[in-house]
Design a protein around this ligand. Structure first.
Ligand code: FES
Length: 160
């Protein structure tokens, strides 16, 4: 299983994942933390990596996939180091979030579900981020940008 994963991730990444498994496998209730740390290393958690972590931690694969699918923080598809989230909830939609999405895709040079050639960015449409008073809203990595002017949305990429 590990040799298959080394084709997907580097040996260095896998060594770090192994260290995470080793550090958490005997600690009750540490699955969530272990998965967060693993995703920080690999940027996403495909099913084969979930199975590898489950085997390493001695827990059923269904328990790992249950956690990964429950929390939107986790991704099973490749992501860039910075994930651009464009809110398409009602308040943002009426303030031209569709145009914002199109302009950001063009600026970054990716479609939804793709990763930029340098591995830096991926882009996702998300539902209401709970900041409707700031509509339209875009989140890049850990940073939230509100009251965005669709005409100048490209500038926020340069700020990140
Ligand atoms: S609709 Fe975009 S933050 Fe609520």
């Amino acid at each position: 299983m590990r040799s298959e994963l080394v084709h997907q991730f580097s040996e260095e990444q896998m060594a770090k994942v192994d260290a995470v498994i080793e550090a958490h496998r005997k600690v009750p209730g540490s699955l969530l933390v272990a998965l967060e740390k693993a995703q920080d290393i690999t940027l996403y958690l495909p099913v084969n990596l979930q199975r590898y972590i489950a085997a390493g931690m001695g827990i059923p694969p269904s328990k790992v996939s249950g956690v990964v699918t429950f929390y939107s923080y986790f991704s099973t598809v490749p992501r860039g180091r910075k994930v651009v989230k464009v809110c398409s909830g009602t308040a943002c939609y009426v303030k031209r979030s569709g145009e914002i999405m199109d302009r950001l895709k063009q600026k970054i040079g990716v479609g939804e579900g793709e990763v930029s050639a340098d591995g830096e960015y991926s882009i996702e449409e998300v539902r209401c981020l709970g900041a409707c008073g700031l509509a339209p809203v875009v989140v890049i990595g850990e940073e939230t940008f509100g009251l965005i002017d669709p005409e100048h949305v490209e500038e926020i990429i340069e700020k990140t």
